[in-house]
Design a protein around this ligand. Structure first.
Ligand SMILES: Cc1cc2nc3c(=O)[nH]c(=O)nc-3n(C[C@H](O)[C@H](O)[C@H](O)COP(=O)(O)OP(=O)(O)OC[C@H]3O[C@@H](n4cnc5c(N)ncnc54)[C@H](O)[C@@H]3O)c2cc1C
Length: 405
């Protein structure tokens, strides 16, 4: 029995939204905005509505989704199922922390209204549950009040990884949003810290602009090889100001820079990319150093490396990814020689440090490693089984990681 799975906009990097040989429900047609209370900043939408559509509707009235991931092309269903985090997790928590209720349709045909207080079992199974407890049909989100569609961004170069970690620990509390780019091609792992706050600019807020650049339909597989990455990273680092500088930037370019290049993933050629995103707890910064050092030793250059500081885990969500600590996301060309061994080594390192890999980004981890990373896995399994005792909800990710044995 290959079962059924709901799918949103397919922005999960691996096999989370795939169900080979089974049924997949495309939820994107269910995208209605059912109610928008612009007095209290609350919106109720069908689960196929995208963050892009919600932002376009709410921004002109001075509201913005409280948590947004690095692309606006995700659905609310996908955002709850992965409990996505943004650049403000250190202060505001994850997506589900701003969901006041959602409707879950279970394979039994029940339509349950779930809140964090009223149906704790369905909440635990669904928030971060990667679609394996049922189909999220709709949700009510609490929004953040904004005065403009502009972000006041501060940029600062850092000489190495330790300086970056110190600055983020020290300054993050003073900013709503914070994210860093790490130059993995450089031995020091120098970086650029980008911190931002919604600007208090008066005037009519504009809508989110459409993408400006388009990647070519075809790119050679070695376009993003080591030499190109090193040259690009060095250029980017030197283009950024040496000292701290404050800029007013459009909200879309601050939150969703990759959305500005339509089809950016095609730059990786036919073999594509793999992303490894982990989180390690505070005090285990040595694991971040070890990951970057081993990439250099293996002569595999991550094409993009992003670091964020996460706050406490979402309450009662045993399979949700964020825990307090550092999350490092590394994009790697899929065909690189020795990549599989390198990534297996990172998984072990992360598990030994008390950290975990993000399931929404994973395409290759092994089931035994997962058990070490998610200590409350059995609690999630029990909650999931109560929603779907006949194990109708299935996915390739679930099978590979034996989430639903
Ligand atoms: C460029 C880029 C940047 C990203 N940045 C971030 C980031 O900063 N932070 C972060 O946390 N993530 C980030 N992501 C990952 C992305 O936010 C998640 O993978 C998200 O789940 C994708 O939503 P989707 O609608 O595309 O869902 P899909 O990819 O289609 O599905 C993801 C999971 O959600 C489940 N699902 C989808 N809809 C429903 C539904 N209605 N009911 C039940 N289950 C459902 C699917 O079964 C699957 O398990 C990024 C992805 C990209 C491509």
């Amino acid at each position: 029995m290959r079962g059924v799975l709901a799918r949103g906009l397919g922005r999960a990097y691996g096999d989370a939204a795939q169900n080979g040989g089974g049924r997949v429900l495309d939820m994107t047609a269910f995208d209605a905005i059912r109610a928008f209370d612009d007095h209290h900043g609350r919106i109720t939408v069908d689960a196929g509505a995208s963050i892009a559509a919600i932002a376009a509707r709410t921004l002109p009235r001075g509201w913005f989704p409280a948590v947004v991931p690095g692309t606006r092309w995700v659905t609310v269903g996908g955002a709850i199922a992965a409990d996505v985090h943004g650049k403000n997790h250190h202060g505001d928590g994850g997506f589900a922390d701003h969901v006041s209720a959602f409707e879950l349709v279970t394979p039994q045909g029940e339509r349950r209204t779930v809140t964090r207080h009223t149906d704790r079992q369905a909440w635990a199974a669904t928030v971060g549950g990667m679609g394996l407890s049922g189909v999220i049909a709709s949700a009510t989100l609490e929004l953040t009040a904004v005065r403009s569609p502009v972000v006041r961004e501060e940029l600062a170069r850092t000489a190495d990884l330790d300086e970056l970690l110190v600055r983020m620990s020290r300054d993050d509390r003073a900013h709503h949003y914070s994210v860093a780019w790490v130059d993995c091609a450089h031995v020091s792992a120098r970086g650029i810290l980008m911190q931002g706050d919604h600007a208090d600019a008066p005037g009519a807020p504009a809508a989110v602009p459409p993408p400006r650049l388009r990647a070519p339909r075809w790119a050679p597989g070695n376009l993003l090889g080591r030499a190109t990455v090193r040259a690009f990273d060095a250029l980017w680092f030197h283009l950024k100001p040496r000292v701290r500088r404050s800029d007013r930037v459009a909200l879309a370019s601050f939150f969703w820079p990759l959305d500005g290049v339509q089809g950016w993933n095609r730059l990786y050629g036919a073999r594509g990319l793999v992303q490894h995103q982990c989180v390690v707890p505070h005090g285990r910064e040595d694991a971040l150093h070890a990951i970057l050092a081993s990439a250099r030793a293996a002569r595999i250059a991550p094409t993009l490396a992003v670091l964020k500081r996460l706050g406490p885990a979402t309450e009662n969500a045993p399979l949700s990814f964020p825990i307090a600590g550092w999350t490092l996301a590394l994009d790697l060309p899929a065909g690189a020689r020795g990549l599989a061994r390198l990534l297996d080594g990172w998984d072990e390192l992360v598990a030994a440090a008390g950290g975990r890999v993000y399931l929404a980004k994973d395409a290759r981890m092994r089931a035994e490693t997962l058990t070490a990373m998610y200590p409350a896995l059995d609690r999630w399994r029990a909650a999931r089984a109560a929603c779907d005792p006949q194990r109708v909800m299935r996915s390739d990710l679930g099978r590979r990681l034996e989430l639903t044995p």
